[in-house]
Design a protein. Structure first.
Length: 296
């Protein structure tokens, strides 16, 4: 009987562990903050790691090796008792079929991140209310990571997760914090999820799918086809150029992908639209012109 109980305990534990969707490395950097109580930052880092990696975010069955590898780096810039001002770097990668390469998918920097936290505060998310800017921000990016990752595997496959992120944003708007509001010209959490779910900007999500499924995932078996597919996906982004203020999604794409695009096109067979590619890259992502010059 004891062996049977042990068996089901191990089985349940295995199912619980394997059912989570994120494998997130959390780092809380507090080097810019003076003060004696540094333990609060260690506790926060540990609590966030457990919260993100042990939460069941979706109803999907996910094996351990299928978890999305990601990282959240919180850089504390100021502290006033239990109130913290910080920046948040959010990154995620995706495995490429037939290789050991992990392709960067998201590389977001959120410069407007303030929150209250008392050491050992429980981290609990209620999808029907706004309780904490710390929790809402972390949950928002968790669902954004999952949604964008799913889009790279199936066309618009992350719709459910992105709408969950949108719900977080809608609930958080009651806080009055600018990062959740529709502020003209401000590239914030509101604009990110609004753009990702906008019907007129679906070219971005379609490009993510084609870039990864038709492009990177075919590199091992047909490099010419893969490079052409990546080129076509990148060129398609011109279709959303100047459709929003600041071209937030285009910037989001190249913040993650610029170095990878350079690597793909710096050598090997030329694609049919190679001259147009470099011209388009300079037009839609001028901040990366120094990188585009490396493309032959």
């Amino acid at each position: 009987m004891r062996k049977l109980v042990l068996f089901f305990t191990i089985l349940f534990t295995s199912i619980t562990i394997n059912s989570q969707e994120l494998n997130c490395l959390v780092n809380v950097n507090y080097e810019q903050v003076a003060g004696s109580n540094r333990q609060v930052f260690t506790t926060l880092e540990k609590s966030l790691t457990e919260f993100i990696n042990q939460t069941k975010w979706t109803n999907k069955v996910v094996n351990t090796e299928e978890r999305v590898d990601c990282a959240m780096t919180i850089i504390i810039t100021a502290r006033n008792n239990n109130t913290f001002t910080a920046t948040l770097q959010v990154q995620s990668t995706r495995p490429v079929f037939g290789s050991s390469y992990a392709s960067p998918v998201l590389n977001l920097k959120d410069n407007d991140f303030s929150f209250k936290y008392n050491e050992f505060d429980p981290l609990i998310y209620n999808k029907n209310s706004f309780d904490s800017n710390l929790i809402s921000t972390i949950v928002f990016y968790a669902y954004t990571i999952l949604g964008v990752d799913a889009d790279t595997f199936s066309k618009y496959g992350g719709e459910t997760e992105l709408k969950e992120a949108q719900n977080v944003m809608l609930q958080a708007q009651q806080s009055g914090l600018s990062s959740w509001q529709n502020v003209v010209g401000k590239q914030n959490r509101y604009l990110l999820i609004d753009n990702l779910l906008s019907p007129k900007l679906k070219i971005y999500r379609n490009a993510l799918y084609n870039y990864h499924i038709k492009g990177l995932d075919n590199f091992a078996k047909n490099k010419d086809f893969a490079k052409q597919s990546i080129e076509d996906a990148v060129l398609s982004l011109e279709g959303i150029y100047n459709k929003t203020v600041g071209n937030f999604l285009i910037r989001t794409f190249f913040d993650a992908k610029a170095d990878e695009v350079v690597s793909v096109y710096s050598d090997g067979p030329r694609t049919r639209n190679a001259p147009r590619l470099t011209t388009t890259l300079r037009k839609i992502s001028p901040n990366n012109n120094a990188k585009w010059r490396k493309i032959e």
